[in-house]
Design a binder for this molecule. Structure first.
Ligand code: 5AD
Ligand code: SF4
Length: 462
């Protein structure tokens, strides 16, 4: 892979970094999806093996890295907000600043021009170059770039540095060839390529041996994984067959890649979570066509029928409101389909035009901002009621929960997820337990996003 190097335009010799006696300390922040979290784990591993250390105090760091996301406008704006703050660290302490990930890839020119204090810019396929680019930036104030996309890079042989716990992510494929017209991913992460299953299975076995109980297989288009004649259904089965791995999930699939064998694995394998994320995006055929999704409302319904014929498999989805030219009647089709599908949860987004995408070049972004907001708010409301009703139906039932750690709101409570990925919270005092354990929890109360309950064999109340 090629990379360019430029002399930093704001090269400032008064900020030369003194020779170091200890390893340079890196502070890293990650924005965006699970794939970015995973990539940050890869970056940690790559940098640690090259003598870098990590700190969680930005004001003690010699290097500050932002691993960025470009998928929607708000992620993009958050990164720009953070960059503003980094100027201070640069000015006061001469810290080396690196921007990684999807924004680095998609907005390289704009970022380099508008943010002259950035020292290193590395896209998702360039992380192997990062240690040497940072070292050069520290030693010679040379601005470094690695923003070429690769057809082959899967970071094989690099074990991500995981923080530890119960759930681990494994990237099984990278990139996307679908070119949905609204989506920037094919431009920031390049062409689809799958890892050799041998490496994936070794990684999963190692994780099981270290106590991980749940594995989430990741990919931008995860179910199009294909390595020679080995397909995704085979991979999911093989990972779920590893002793010690109790639950396998995968994110994020495309509705076009659900052959019967994969649906059977999800429905039948005792260690594959019985739940599917099935991004719909829109319930209207003209909009789906303009989005380049390659399915109609009817195709999607048929797939859902196929899934539901196999059992009670909860579905979640992604929706975009206010895509180019979306009329009120077209939006209503989405509303009705959401009502009909009865999703467990839906992630609802306002369309935001992304630079370089097909939609940005072909269609005007012509739905008024206020209309987009109204539609998003109405769909969120609709889905909240559906989720609440579905969760309330679970009151009085017992669900198997994998304990993952402390609840967000209180360290006196445990948090875990049901097989269908609903968050469950309960008081720790009710039964001695530990993360990684499965507990049957009797559900006593429910909100739209969380179930509340007690372990079936709770200690008697004193
Ligand atoms: N605008 C709004 N939402 C988008 N998504 C992807 N690109 C855009 C965009 N330009 C949403 C899709 C996708 C999810 C990960 O993000 O719903 O499934
Ligand atoms: Fe983007 Fe479509 Fe690929 Fe998903 S399948 S990453 S939405 S282009």
């Amino acid at each position: 892979m090629l990379h360019e190097e430029l002399i930093h335009p704001s090269q400032n010799h008064s900020l030369e970094i003194a020779p170091r006696s200890k390893s340079p300390q890196v502070y890293m922040e990650t924005f965006g999806c699970q794939m970015n979290e995973y990539d940050s784990e890869l970056v940690r591993s790559l940098l640690k093996t090259q003598g870098f250390g990590f700190t969680d105090q930005s004001d003690q760091a010699d290097v500050i890295l932002l691993n960025t996301c470009a998928i929607r406008e708000n992620a993009h704006n958050r990164v720009y907000g953070h960059l503003g703050k980094l100027k201070y660290h640069k000015k006061e302490r001469g810290v080396v600043i690196g921007v990684l990930g999807c924004m680095a890839q998609n907005l390289k020119k704009e970022l380099l021009e508008s943010q002259p204090f950035i020292d290193v810019l590395v896209g998702p396929d360039g992380y192997r170059q990062l240690p040497s680019l940072l070292t050069k930036a520290m030693e010679t104030q040379t601005r470094g770039l690695s923003v070429d996309l690769s057809e082959y890079e899967t970071y094989e042989q690099i074990l991500p540095e995981r923080v530890g716990g119960v759930n681990a992510w494994i990237a099984v494929m990278r990139g996307c060839d679908n070119f949905c017209t609204f989506c920037v991913v094919p431009y920031t992460r390049g062409r689809e390529r799958s890892r050799d299953p041998k490496g994936i299975l070794e990684e999963a076995q190692g994780l099981a041996a270290r106590g991980y109980r749940q594995i989430t297989l990741l990919g931008q288009n995860v179910n199009s994984f294909q390595f020679e004649r080995y397909d995704f259904a085979q991979l999911v089965t093989a990972v779920a067959d590893i002793p010690g791995i109790e639950r396998v999930r995968f994110m994020s699939p495309h509705p076009k890649d659900f052959p019967p064998a994969l649906l059977d694995v999800v429905a039948q394998h005792p260690h594959v979570a019985s739940q599917i994320h099935l991004p719909l995006q829109s319930g209207n055929d003209r909009v789906l066509d303009a989005m380049g999704r390659n399915y109609s409302q009817g195709d999607y319904r048929r797939l859902v029928d196929d899934i539901r014929r196999r059992g009670d498999i909860p579905l979640t989805t992604d929706i975009i409101c206010g895509f180019c030219g979306e009329s009120d009647a077209e939006y209503r089709d989405t509303y009705q389909l959401i009502e009909e599908m009865s999703y467990q949860a839906a992630y609802i987004f306002k369309y935001s035009e992304r630079k370089n995408t097909i939609a940005a070049k072909k269609f005007p972004d012509d739905v008024a901002e206020a209309t987009k907001h109204e539609r998003v708010a109405e769909l969120i409301d609709l889905q909240k009621n559906i989720s609440l009703q579905k969760n309330q139906e679970l009151i009085g039932q017992t669900v198997d929960v994998l304990i993952e750690g402390d609840a967000k709101k209180s360290s006196q409570q445990w948090m875990g997820h049901t097989e269908s990925n609903i968050t469950v919270v309960w008081d720790k005092s009710l039964q001695p337990s530990h993360p990684g354990e499965f507990l049957p929890i009797l559900i006593e109360d429910a909100s739209a996003s969380t179930l509340f309950g007690r372990p079936l064999q709770s200690l008697p109340l004193s």
